[in-house]
Design a binder for this molecule. Structure first.
Ligand code: ZN
Length: 315
């Protein structure tokens, strides 16, 4: 039987991974209100926006305004997604308002080219400069590797290739490496083998190794099964989106991250601590559903939390 971690850390990425991929542009005030509700639910890590070119992703053109309006409790880490050096320069104007950056590239050449119009080698060179500057500014860095488990254009992505990229990011100074199943191609058996190798090869068991984070999309409904497989390999850091918001710009039709409330519900039912108030998180998901004016994919939004005392009074 797998030994699961006693507690996990969850980074809510809905305000970035989610809002960027919804067709609507959400008003800045609504974003701020929703992020504040996420903070109130007990989430300690939130990716609040990104500094991408506003003509490319108009949904997040107000990144600086969102940061400026947000109050950041001391025990909450806000992160921003940084595509390149220019994005970091823009973000650094708000330096006092966030704690971490995420940088990203794909493990597949074709996906990387379609997503950021660079080769993997070019991406790594640029990101190493971004990471160096960010660390000098006292920022913590997460390197996210998209299409770590498979590519919609190239098919299989070898774990050795992912490992090579992860090693470069860790050597550049990333304290955390995120592995994205960007278009939901992974299965639990694959995830199990992937993290067995990755943990030992990246030295993640030791205190000096990077934190390893799993970032699953629910494109084919296997997101939570993959999360359990990762848990079984001792992975205790996850990224998810409230409401199951999100997707990926390429290819079209990629659907959302695993829903934060579905993940939290499952973990709590398994006796694994998250520090998150599920009802408060659900309130944030209902609020974003209202803002968007349509039902979102999270199961908990329709089913609600498990009730072990149906019909019971009080409690
Ligand atoms: Zn994602």
């Amino acid at each position: 039987m797998a030994g699961y971690p006693a507690s996990v850390r969850i980074r809510e990425v809905g305000p970035r991974d989610g809002f960027q991929n919804e067709p609507e542009v959400i008003a800045t005030a609504d974003k701020v209100r929703l992020i504040e509700m996420l903070v109130a639910s007990g989430l300690k890590r939130i990716e609040v926006t990104s500094f991408v070119r506003p003509d490319v992703i108009p949904q997040l053109a107000d990144g600086a305004a969102v940061l400026a309006a947000l109050e950041r409790p001391e025990d909450v880490a806000f992160s921003v997604l940084i595509p390149n050096e220019r994005g970091l320069d823009n973000a650094l104007r708000e330096r006092e308002r966030f704690d971490e950056i995420s940088v990203f590239l794909s493990a597949s050449e074709t996906h990387n080219r379609k997503n950021v119009n660079r080769s993997i080698a070019e991406s790594l060179d640029g990101l190493e400069r971004v990471i160096t500057t960010a660390i000098a500014e006292g920022l913590r860095c997460e390197g996210v590797i998209a299409t770590s488990f498979g590519c919609p254009y190239e098919g299989e992505v070898s774990p050795e290739r992912v490992l090579g990229i992860a090693e470069r990011l860790a050597a550049a100074g990333c304290a955390e490496i995120g592995f994205g199943d960007t278009t939901g191609m992974a299965n639990p058996l694959q995830v199990d083998g992937f993290f067995t190798g990755m943990r030992s090869q990246l030295g993640a068991e030791g205190p000096a190794g990077p934190e390893l984070t799993a970032h699953f999309h629910n494109t084919r409904g296997q997101g939570l099964a993959n999360a359990v497989a990762a848990l079984g390999q001792g992975i205790d850091s996850f990224e998810s989106s409230f409401g199951e918001l999100g997707g990926c710009p390429v290819p079209a039709g990629s659907t959302g991250n695993i829903a934060s409330e579905d993940l939290v519900s499952m973990l709590h039912e398994m006796g694994i601590e998250t520090g998150i108030d599920l009802e408060a998180l659900l309130a944030a998901s209902r609020a974003v559903q209202d803002v968007l004016g349509r039902p979102l994919g999270a199961h908990l939004l329709s089913a609600g939390p498990v009730d072990w005392e149906p019909g019971g009074v009080g409690g």
